[in-house]
Design a protein around this ligand. Structure first.
Ligand code: SF4
Ligand code: MG
Length: 351
């Protein structure tokens, strides 16, 4: 079942005295229930804006879409009060920077318990907190039941000594522990979808691997779907069932992870793949894509990748096409027509 169904999303930020900034233009995105869907692109590609549009957390932006459905209901037709319920209860967000997302003056146990109290499914009447616990909550409404659930969730996300950690403040924890706390908090409302914006980018590689494993395991165990925003195709390869590749505000290619990795059908995806160790051609150096993405106000007509693409040709100034490569696998490159798999050389002289 399709949980999230977005068609033709456009997000523009009005700028006083200047031209508006089109952050996202014509984006389609579908997330199936229970899957981990990667949204990958360089910084400035519009992936975080797309993520925040799902939570309706884009103050001052103009958002339009032909469809913006969550479980078949238009998220943009909801009132702000209904949307507050959706946030946490149905869709939860995990941010890159846990330290600024968490409340510094509340214990992590109380913060998770708050989410449980507002959005979760516990019997709040089941007794008061013990004297000991009450020292670690600032409010008086945290019940023994939601505190217990918070401790359980900390254990679920792989925190050793969850009882003790529940009574600490965010600054007392390591970066990896804080990220786990954020995930526990997201799970507190039993959501069906977690939107995770670069949840492991600030962590070192071993800690990152542990948390990605944990996320995969949790999605399996709880049947939660996740939209995982990352700039790292290696993370997608490890973690995601399917993937949407964005560049400069537009979708370039999407499909199942195996389809994209085995048969990438867009020069940008091919370029990105060259820059991850396991995927780079055996004789090739690990390489990045020369040049940088255009400013939103300076995007060329047609394909926004034109100025960096080694295969660009005349048709590339036409509006982006949609070519079906395979069932569920779509590329938006003019080079590809049905049944065609053109060579793209990243090694020859590029203009
Ligand atoms: Fe874009 Fe054209 Fe290159 Fe395809 S060949 S990625 S349409 S510039
Ligand atoms: Mg819920």
């Amino acid at each position: 079942m399709t949980l999230l169904d977005i068609e033709n999303l456009a997000v523009t930020f009005p700028v006083q005295g200047g031209p508006d900034v089109p952050a996202v233009d014509g984006v389609d995105l579908q997330v199936e229930s229970g899957e981990i869907h990667g949204l990958v692109g360089e910084s400035g590609s519009g992936k975080s804006v797309t993520a925040r549009s799902i939570m309706r957390l884009l103050d001052g932006a103009e958002v339009s879409a032909d469809r913006f459905d969550y479980r078949g209901e238009d998220l943009y037709a909801k009132s702000e009060a209904e949307m507050r319920q959706v946030r946490g209860d149905d869709i939860a967000m995990v941010f890159q920077d846990a330290l600024s997302a968490l409340n510094p003056v509340m214990t992590v146990g109380e913060q998770i318990a708050e989410v449980v109290r507002h959005h979760g499914d516990v019997d709040e009447s089941a007794g008061l907190l013990s004297e000991l616990r009450r020292k670690y909550v600032t409010g008086t409404r945290t019940s023994a039941a939601s505190w217990r659930r918070a401790v359980e969730l900390l254990e679920t996300v792989g925190i050793a000594d969850p009882e003790d950690v529940a009574m600490t403040y965010p600054h007392q924890l390591s970066g990896g522990q804080r990220q786990r706390v954020m995930i526990a908090s997201a799970l507190g409302g039993d959501p069906d979808l977690i939107v995770a914006d670069e949840p492991t980018t600030a962590l070192d590689v071993t800690v990152e691997a542990g948390i990605l494993d944990e996320l995969q395991h949790l999605c399996d165990e709880f049947g939660v779907a996740m939209l995982l925003i990352t700039h790292d195709l290696g993370v997608v390869a490890e973690t995601c069932d399917s993937v949407t590749v964005m560049y400069s505000g537009s979708v370039m290619e999407h499909g199942r992870t195996d389809q994209l990795f085995e048969n990438p059908a867009h020069p940008y995806t091919k370029g990105l793949l060259r820059s991850i160790p396991e995927q780079a051609p055996s004789d090739g150096e690990l390489a990045t894509i020369p040049g940088s993405a255009p400013e939103p106000s300076e995007r060329p007509d047609g394909c926004p990748f034109r100025d960096r693409c080694p295969a660009a040709f005349d048709a590339c100034s036409d509006p982006l096409p949609e070519h079906v490569v395979d069932d569920g696998h779509v590329t938006r490159c003019h080079l590809y027509t049905e049944g065609d798999d053109p060579e793209v050389s990243w090694d020859g002289p590029t203009r």
